[in-house]
Design a protein around this ligand. Sequence first.
Ligand code: KG4
Ligand code: ZN
Length: 359
Amino acid sequence: MRILAIESSCDETAAAVVEDGETVLSSVVASQMVTHGKYGGVVPELASREHLRAIVLVVREALEVAGTRLGELAAIAATAGPGLVGSLLVGLTYAKSLSFASGVPLIAVNHIEGHIHAVIMEARRAGTPVEYPALALVVSGGHTHLFEVSAGFDYRLLGKTRDDAAGEAFDKVAKLLGFGYPGGPIIDALAPSGDPLAVRFTFAKMKGNALDFSFSGLKTAVLRWVEAHHMAVEIAARRALLRDCPQPSVEQWLAATPQRTLDLLASFQHAVIHELLTRAAASAEAMNARTLIISGGVACNSGLRKAAMAAALPYPVYFPTPGLSTDNAAMIAAAAFPKLARGEFAALDIAAQANLTLA
Ligand code: KG4
Ligand code: ZN
């Protein structure tokens, strides 16, 4: 049984064909990084236009690589939200049209559920299936959420960010310091060259739900540090580097970054990782989790992966492989399989929902 899935919630146009909920036959991702990079963040109007340009080719390639024709599919899945509404509309409308033309049923998927199912699918394929209840920490550019996941895929929200998402904090700090977009991969690559304990960042204690996150104070603390250390010249030099070369190498960034800034980046990343893992461990303990799933774009972070492994937690911790961490359509197909089994199909008039929630 094969599902074609389409994902277009933010700045990647993606399509994938997955068989039996565990074998990825194709996964095509057209990134818009170069388009948005020079603006230091995603420009929604440009994103929609790029999706329109890419969608037909990306879907065609996913079908071709998988050696699958539309009529052979068990379902066509698409992300219905959350995300940028103009971006979501492109993928969802295209999926509806394909479903209408071919008679193959449509399945609507929540993007966050996709991130969680990327890990569930890979764990199953590896012969080490996720045990339930599981705790899922979804950390991306738009989300920092902790969910309790039951064996039947019911979700209970345990905590979330009250302001910036973790990936957003990476992106904003990188932008402030003159690095490109997205900021996470650059900070990840430079942090090992700095001292993570050089700058001590503190977090205010959360009132109310102790499992909630807040990253805006950290971002402000970085801003204050930058102001106090007169960094305008080096920041201008990095912005100039970015103008000359849209995607500088790590060596180029290192040459344009003094040691104290590397220390700042390492300390910032260390603080984010500490927050994420402290709250995740507390949630896992509170709900007696049997597995910890960490997914979403920030799950690519090598410091986070190392710290999670080094923490020697009393339950297995699963990360998606890097290709399934950032936005992709294989994860949307993975989340669609249980819905296919339950006959949970979407009507062709289903609307894209920018603020769709999972729980
Ligand atoms: O899941 P994703 O591709 O899109 C959203 O659903 O938001 O996540 C993108 C986010 C961006 O904020 C990006 O900076 C962050 O993931 N990211 C990383 C890394 N790779 C991507 N953050 C930290 N370290 C990384 N290696
Ligand atoms: Zn995502």
